[in-house]
Every structure is written in structure tokens, then in C-alpha cells.
Design a protein around this ligand. Structure first.
Ligand code: PMP
Length: 457
């Protein structure tokens, strides 16, 4: 069956190359392919399946809704499903956190939410410039792509990535506080960095390598936004929806973003995205940012049913307990492979193991896949194994997946062992040469466009 995919699907196909099988069914944290082979899922659609595959609460609600011929498509007309979602979101998520947001439904995928957020910020501030961060990932439509830092996705032929500057994320310059640097540059009328309409950030950069911003840094960025009259946009598409242990990833820091982008796990796997907007900046004219699939009624139904998880603390305490299980395993791997200098980072159930070499990470992923674990890597060199198990995963399956990961690392470290340091150095040099060539050919020299000689976080 893979032959059909290879023959008929565009060369752009990606994940099928990493996980070369034909998946058929899935329940919770288990995936099954057409040959009946079982996999434990530590990938979860890059953070889309926080509540597991075919979550029974969502499925029950969906089946009931379809059985009574509930409206499936209605543009952005009012439907009972939408009203119920909005009321539940208000009472379960926004009101208990005293968050005053209005909800804008956008096109169904994450990048649609980012585009809407950008456009609204630019309109409200009447400035076109936006600041994003090194290693940022915000999607692939052209506005979002301008924010996405990884040069693999760029091509000048798409048109210039206008009106965006990338500045160093927290930890990018080691001990130097990058928020101080940003403040200094915004204060200086000759720094070359214009005061933007907005600063957009991920509190934890998922695709960028599980780079966790400190709460104090986030508060400093918020203060900078207030000081220079800049809007703060948090892209919570990958690490929102409970991934960090709280519904929003920024809750622990106490910041109050002006705009929040949400998508991925919101509806448990069905496409749905939204933007949360402080009422005072909701300057849209009616229908000014429109689209056919804004408001997926089937997704409203599943999303409302899944918000039940946030009515009490049960899920949050399970996340905390799973977090320590994952951390303990990752820490013990760092000790075991001390010579390979692995490091860990993360919060809640978004955890990373930096194996410092994309080729080693890929060897681990391939081995893990062949033994029944689905996991991917992120980071500038795809050198960080990204653990995104479902928040609802049973402890036994979490431990099973971690066991498979340990075995895959033992296998891959043995195979690539002595050769590894040379392979990694060569790979990093190759990537840097590519980035520098890119900068020279585009004439762009935005801060953070070129990686520093070693990976700093
Ligand atoms: N923002 C973040 C933080 C993401 O992780 C992603 C997807 N990985 C996006 C935006 C884009 O979402 P989508 O792929 O659904 O367009």
C-alpha cells in the first residue's frame, strides 16, 4: 500500500518517510498498521492528540451529533454546536482564569490562526513590523512562514519574507539576557530594529528544539511590550491545551497576552483553530477576515466534550506524575551516556532529549519505529528527541514507550558510537555553511538568521 502513496502522492509528503507504514486504527496511545503491528504513540500528531486517539468522550459526542443530523457546515452562522462550545470554553477555561478574551474562529489549521493574529495586530497598531524569535515555528502560509525561522523552509522565489525581525530567544546567547538585549535595541532609535506591531512567541519552542522560556523572561518580554506599546501574541498551538500541565502554557508565568493562538489538540484531532483577542483590540470590521471553513461544527462538538477534562484537577495531576516518570528516565539516560553529553529540557508532557546530533537522533527514531514506538525529533539539526505522549496515556504504556526509547538509544549509540562526534561536527558545519550562503544570497542579515558556531540555548 505504501507503493500507492509513493506513486501518487506529491514529493512534499514528509512524515510517511519517517514512519514508513500504512496506519489503520488507533485508540488512546496505541496505533495499529494494516498488518496489525502495534505502536506506542509518543508523537501524537505533533501535539494534536493530547487526549489520545479516538477519545471516547469526543467519539460519543460526535456520533450522537451526527446521528441527529447536527449541522456540519454553516460558515460562521450561529449553530447550537458553536454556542455550546463558546459557553463551555467561557465557563471552564476563560472565567476561572479571569481571562477576558473574545474568540475569533479562523480557518482550520494552526497557520490560519497565526495569520489572523498577525493581521489583527498590524491593523490595530497600524505598523507592519513584527518581532519573532530564533528557532521560532509558526506555520507555512506566507505570513507565518516569514516568522518561522528554519531556513530549510525558505526560498526567495516565494517572495521576500517581509516585515519580520528575528531576535534571540531565551537562552540563545547563554548567560546574556536576551530580553535586556531586545529592550536595548528597541530603546535605541539607531539599532535598526523598528518598534513592531507585535512580538510573537512560543513559551516552549516545540519544533525549535523544546526550548523553554523562563517565566521571568516571559514577564520581561511582556513588560517590554507594555513599555513600547507593542502587542504580545502567544502561539500556544503546540504547547497549549494542557501540554505543560495547565490549559495555557503561559499560565505559570502570570503574563497576559493580548492575543493567543490555539489549534491542534483543541478538538481532539479534528481541524479547528481560534484566536483569543482582548476586547479592546478587537478592531475587525464585520467579515473583514473571512473564509469558508471558519467554525468546524463537528470540531465544536468534540472540543466542548474534551473541555470536561479541565473541570477538575484529575488530568493536571496525572500530567504532573507522568512528567516526573519521563524526567527520571531522561535524566538516567543522560547519566548512562555521559560521554555523549545528552541534555534534557521541557515542562509537563513536552520533554526533549538533546542527543546533539541529527544523525544519531534519526538512527534512534528509526530503531524505535521498527520496535513499535513512534517518536520524532526537532531542533535546528533535528537533534532533539521530542517526547509528546498523550496527556491521558496510562502509566503502563508510558513506561513501555520509555523502555522502547531506552532500547533504541542503546542500539543506535552502539552503532554510531565511535564515529559519532565526527559525524555531528561535519553536520553542523554543513548546516552553517548553508545558512550563511542563504544570508549572503538574500542580503538579509536579521539578528539570529545565522546560528552561532555551537548550539546555544
Ligand atoms: N505554531 C506552532 C507553535 C506549531 O507548532 C505549528 C505546527 N507544528 C503551527 C503554528 C502551524 O500549525 P499548522 O501546521 O496546523 O498550520
Amino acid at each position: 500500500m505504501l507503493d500507492t502513496i509513493n506513486a501518487l502522492e506529491s514529493a512534499v509528503r514528509g512524515y510517511v518517510r519517517l514512519f514508513p507504514t500504512v496506519f489503520d486504527t488507533a485508540v488512546g496511545s496505541e496505533l495499529f498498521d494494516v498488518d496489525g503491528k502495534r505502536y506506542v504513540d509518543f508523537f501524537c500528531g505533533a501535539g494534536t492528540l493530547n487526549y489520545g486517539h479516538n477519545n471516547p468522550r469526543a467519539n460519543r459526542a460526535l456520533i450522537q451529533y451526527i446521528s441527529r443530523n447536527g449541522i456540519q457546515h454553516g460558515l460562521d452562522t450561529a449553530t447550537k454546536a458553536k454556542v455550546q462550545f463558546l459557553e463551555t470554553f467561557q465557563s471552564v477555561i476563560l472565567a476561572p482564569r479571569a481571562l477576558p478574551y473574545r474568540v475569533q474562529f479562523t480557518g482550520p489549521t494552526g497557520t490560519n490562526a497565526v495569520e489572523a493574529a498577525l493581521k489583527l495586530a498590524r491593523k490595530q497598531k497600524q505598523r507592519s513590523h513584527v518581532i519573532a524569535f530564533t528557532h521560532a515555528y509558526h506555520g507555512h502560509s506566507l505570513g507565518s512562514l516569514a516568522l518561522t525561522a528554519n531556513s530549510y523552509y525558505h526560498n526567495d522565489a516565494y517572495g521576500a519574507r517581509h516585515n519580520v525581525s528575528h531576535v534571540p530567544f531565551d537562552g540563545y546567547l547563554g548567560e546574556i539576557n536576551t530580553a535586556d538585549l531586545l529592550d536595548r535595541m528597541l530603546e535605541d532609535p539607531s539599532s535598526g530594529l523598528p518598534v513592531p506591531a507585535a512580538i510573537i512567541l512560543e513559551t516552549i519552542q516545540g519544533e525549535g528544539g523544546i526550548n523553554v522560556a523562563r517565566d521571568s523572561w516571559l514577564r520581561q518580554i511582556e513588560a517590554i511590550c507594555r513599555k513600547y506599546d507593542i502587542l504580545l501574541i502567544v502561539d500556544d498551538i503546540q504547547v497549549g491545551n494542557g501540554r505543560t500541565g495547565k490549559f495555557f502554557s503561559f499560565e505559570a508565568s502570570g503574563i497576559s497576552p493580548d492575543i493567543v493562538c490555539l489549534s491542534k489538540s483543541l478538538a481532539g484531532g479534528l481541524p479547528m483553530s481560534l484566536v483569543l483577542i482582548k476586547p479592546e483590540i478587537d478592531v475587525w470590521k464585520p467579515g473583514e477576515h473571512t473564509g469558508t471553513f471558519r467554525g468546524n461544527n463537528l470540531a465544536f462538538v468534540t472540543a466542548a466534550s474534551l473541555l470536561d477534562y479541565w473541570k477538575d484537577d484529575e488530568l493536571a495531576s496525572q500530567i504532573a506524575s507522568h512528567e516526573s516518570t519521563v524526567r527520571n528516565t531522561l535524566n538516567s539516560l543522560c547519566e548512562k551516556y555521559e560521554d555523549l553529553q545528552f541534555t534534557t529540557r521541557g515542562r509537563g508532557l513536552v520533554q526533549g532529549l538533546d542527543v546533539r546530533c541529527g544523525k544519531l537522533a534519526r538512527a534512534i527514531i528509526d530503531r524505535a519505529f521498527s520496535t513499535g514506538l513512534v517518536i520524532e525529533a526537532s531542533g535546528a539539526y533535528d537533534e532533539v528527541l521530542k517526547l509528546l505522549p498523550a496527556l491521558t496515556i496510562p502509566k503502563a504504556q508510558l513506561e513501555e514507550g520509555l523502555g522502547l526509547l531506552e532500547q533504541a538509544i542503546a542500539f543506535a549509540a552502539r552503532v554510531t558510537g565511535p564515529e559519532k562526534p565526527a559525524v555531528c561536527v561535519e553536520q553542523q558545519i554543513e548546516t552553517q555553511v548553508h545558512q550563511i550562503t542563504n544570508v549572503l544570497s538574500t542580503g538579509s542579515n536579521t539578528v539570529g538568521q545565522v546560528s552561532l558556531p555551537t548550539i546555544h540555548r
